[in-house]
Design a protein around this ligand. Structure first.
Ligand code: DGT
Ligand code: MG
Ligand code: MG
Ligand code: MG
Ligand code: MG
Length: 268
């Protein structure tokens, strides 16, 4: 293409580098979803359809981008590892909207998401990040469940409900739910209490076939490098074919990760 006097603007494109050997977390969050959820009258505090739609969009993104290892979602946010593109999520969210809200056609302002990439250099950092999101999910959901019970079942207005909960600890909220509204928080849906984890569940397809993970290329001959490239390609294909599952389980304890060694096995 011919040069033009305008071409200098290309120099403004700065390299946007992430670091090798780190876990890339891309956190996606609905923009202005406070208003958006009011516009479409999402049920409070949790709207099953809205959360199912978020999960469906996350699943679609993972099928399209096989490099993504795991995704975790709560409320209007979704955390994804590796080079996800927010727009893929948004595109699927919009495409799938009518399956979850058949009675409510979308109209402007349309849903959009912001995304930020954060690099975590160790498995411990990454696990702590995931734990942080799940703890947040628990704290927020216990608060919101109690807050909305006080309003919807207890007849309080928002201000009084907020006052009632000021300074309360988890045990107080459990007690309010149980003694006043006969709600045992433990019996609330796991999706609301624990959020949603999206990952490839190889156990469901080919048990035991995922253990050989390509190790560091550094000390290898060219031939071995060729081989590991093919292996990498194979891994990629297998990931693309694997079943993607959405589960509402504890990701803070070791058990989740120990049972699924393929999730964290290819980095230091
Ligand atoms: P932002 O992210 O700065 O653009 O602003 P927002 O308004 O998206 O705020 P954020 O992300 O801190 O909070 C998420 C909002 O979405 C919050 O107002 C609650 C709402 N939301 C998320 N999930 C549900 C749901 O299932 N039901 C209802 N009613 N609201 C929800
Ligand atoms: Mg935000
Ligand atoms: Mg938001
Ligand atoms: Mg949010
Ligand atoms: Mg491009």
């Amino acid at each position: 293409m011919a040069n033009s006097k305008y071409e200098y603007v290309k120099a403004f494109e700065q390299p946007d580098l992430l670091l090798p050997n780190t876990w890339i977390v891309v956190r996606i969050d609905g923009r202005g979803f406070h208003k958006f959820s009011a516009k479409y009258a999402f049920e409070k505090p949790n709207d099953r359809r809205a959360l199912d739609l978020m999960n469906a969009a996350a699943k679609a993104v993972m099928s399209e981008l096989p490099d993504i290892v795991i995704a975790y979602g709560i409320s209007d946010e979704y955390s994804k590892l590796t080079t996800t593109i927010v727009s893929t999520f948004t595109a699927h969210f919009v495409l799938l909207w009518s399956s979850y809200f058949p009675e409510l056609p979308l109209s402007p302002p349309l849903p959009s998401f912001d995304g930020r990439a954060v690099l975590y250099p160790s498995v411990q950092n990454l696990r702590d990040y995931m734990s942080w999101r799940q703890v947040d999910c628990h704290i927020n959901n216990l608060y919101n469940t109690t807050f909305w019970a006080l309003i919807q079942m207890g007849g309080l207005d928002a201000k009084d409900a907020e006052k009632e909960l000021a300074g309360s600890v988890a045990a107080d909220k459990n007690e309010i739910l149980f003694s006043r509204f006969n709600i045992n928080y433990n019996n609330e849906p796991d999706m609301y209490k624990k959020g949603s984890v999206v990952f490839r569940d190889y156990e469901l397809v080919e048990p035991g076939s995922v253990s050989e993970v390509v190790d560091e290329d550094s000390a290898k001959t060219m031939e071995q490098l060729e081989l590991s490239k093919t292996q990498e390609e194979k891994d990629r294909k297998r990931r693309a074919k694997a079943i993607i599952t959405v589960q509402h389980v504890d990701i803070i304890k070791d058990e989740f990760w120990e049972r699924r060694p393929w999730l964290l096995s290819n980095k230091p």
